[in-house]
Design a protein around this ligand. Structure first.
Ligand code: KMT
Ligand code: NI
Length: 172
């Protein structure tokens, strides 16, 4: 795992976009993000049962598995959104970037590689992209079925109950 401020430079979303300024673990913690390295799926299972996760699936984001729709999918995942429940992502193989917003609406880029697990709180705005290797094999864990839906950023989502609750937890 490596976290840094996104450089906001134009160009392919899959490039590192590393500003050279690192983001501290404390900053991630303040945003409600939990990071853990999990060498085995058994480590993931333990976290999932501790936090009462009921559902999971596995996805491989790559041209080989997705074919013609790969580029569209990659663009879709990069659309800023939130979820009404916390989400766990665990990298089984390959790598990928999760970008999350801080309080000032700056992007923090979190690079995850094989064995890296991230827990993002409900209501945090984020987006995902593969890197220049174009290969992310990940496990997605969700607490409840109906709350998997990504809610794209906009006026409506800004008012969302889970968004409001998330913002409250940031200023305590
Ligand atoms: C998300 O919530 O942004 C995603 O699930 C992206 C794909 S997981 C590799
Ligand atoms: Ni998401």
């Amino acid at each position: 795992m490596k976290a840094y401020w996104y450089d906001n430079a134009p160009g392919d979303q899959r490039a590192p976009h590393d500003s050279g300024r690192a983001v501290s673990p404390e900053t991630l913690q303040e945003l409600g993000i939990i990071y853990k390295h999990c060498p085995t799926v058994a480590d993931v299972d333990a976290i999932a049962s501790e936090r009462s996760y009921k559902n999971r699936d596995e996805i491989t984001v790559s041209p080989k598995t997705m074919g013609d729709v790969y580029e569209d999918k990659v663009k879709m995942f990069f659309h800023e959104h939130l979820h009404e429940d916390e989400e766990i992502r665990y990298i089984l193989n390959g790598a990928g970037y999760f970008d999350v917003r801080n309080e000032g609406d700056d992007w923090i880029r979190i690079r995850l590689e094989k064995g890296d697990l991230i827990i993002m709180p409900a209501g945090i705005y984020h987006r995902f992209t593969t890197d220049e290797e174009n290969f992310t094999n990940a496990m997605r864990l969700f607490k409840e079925d109906p709350k998997w839906t990504p809610l794209n950023r906009g006026e409506e989502t800004d008012k969302n109950q889970y968004r409001q609750e998330y913002l409250k937890t940031r200023h305590t």
